[in-house]
Design a protein around this ligand. Structure first.
Ligand code: HEC
Ligand code: HEC
Length: 221
């Protein structure tokens, strides 16, 4: 319960209002990296660097802490995290929106929140991502899976550096330097190895091919 204490002393105010759909969009945005470090069922993210955000608050919820309390805890955590979570990944109203989303959906993947738009390749307002528009998450139901979105949501970016995805992980090799071919990526993702988990079973074959194609096409660019 260290996080509860941390929330009480912060200079950030209480979260008075927040937009959960915008929060979900931010959670999935490759720029915030939340999804790459955290597992959160509603967002279908499987990051394993930080704690599972469904489990993190389940006891709080069962002890009757209100959604408001959880919002404030999350808001405090975003502003004053412990290492290795970077501080102030989002600020101001964005942070309140994210906190609202997590408080609403923690432990409840059927909370009914839809991201206000799919994780944008360019992000909001920043020019940092440059030419990252190789894929768009939007589109018809039968479109090929979005390799870039999978890279973030499956947790790859928590462990690997890949400039196009805004990923700065350093548990595994820097993929911009490695420049692996598609087949090499697909094989590694299927079977894992070293400290890397196998994703077969978690990701479909089509998703593995999509993320492998994505990595091999952008690495080193
Ligand atoms: C580089 C990986 C990383 C990123 C990116 C990251 N986190 Fe974390 N997060 C962690 C780690 C590690 C912890 C545990 C730190 C600690 O011991 O307090 C944590 C803790 C938390 C907690 C507290 C959970 C608890 O058990 O009380 C919340 C809430 C949280 N993160 C939300 C977020 C949100 C929202 C984002 C995106 C804005 C984010 N995190 C981005 C790694 C990350
Ligand atoms: C928990 C951390 C972690 C996660 C998550 C992770 N990796 Fe890795 N990855 C590693 C480590 C560590 C290695 C080095 C393994 C070794 O030395 O055998 C590695 C190696 C690789 C390699 C190099 C394989 C080779 O032939 O040298 C590729 C490509 C790769 N990962 C891609 C991915 C992709 C794509 C994802 C997401 C689906 C991912 N990784 C998720 C930690 C991770």
């Amino acid at each position: 319960m260290a996080a509860l204490g941390a929330a009480g002393c912060g200079a950030v105010g209480r979260v008075t209002q927040g937009d959960a759909s915008h929060g979900k969009q931010l959670f999935l945005d490759p720029k915030t990296q939340c999804a790459s470090c955290h597992t959160f069922a509603d967002a279908k993210s499987q990051g394993a660097v930080g704690p599972n955000l469904d489990d993190a608050f389940s006891s709080d919820k069962s002890q009757g802490f209100s959604e408001q309390t959880i919002r404030d805890v999350v808001r405090g955590q975003i502003a004053y995290p412990e290492q290795p979570m970077p501080a102030n990944l989002v600020r101001g109203q964005d942070a309140s929106d994210l906190a609202t989303y997590i408080a609403k959906c923690t432990g409840n993947p059927n909370c009914g929140v839809t991201a206000s738009k799919s994780a944008p390749a360019g992000g909001s307002g920043g020019s940092a991502a440059g030419g990252g528009t190789t894929t768009t998450a939007q589109g018809g139901g039968s479109a090929a899976p979005d390799g870039k979105a999978i890279f973030t949501s499956a947790g790859c970016s928590g462990c690997h550096t890949l400039k196009d995805a805004g990923a700065k992980g350093n548990v595994g090799p820097n993929l911009d330097q490695l420049k692996p071919a598609k087949a090499r990526v697909a094989h590694q993702v299927e079977v894992g190895g070293g400290a890397m988990p196998a994703f077969k079973g978690q990701l479909s074959d089509a998703q593995i091919q999509a993320v492998a194609g994505y990595v091999s096409s952008v690495a080193g660019k």
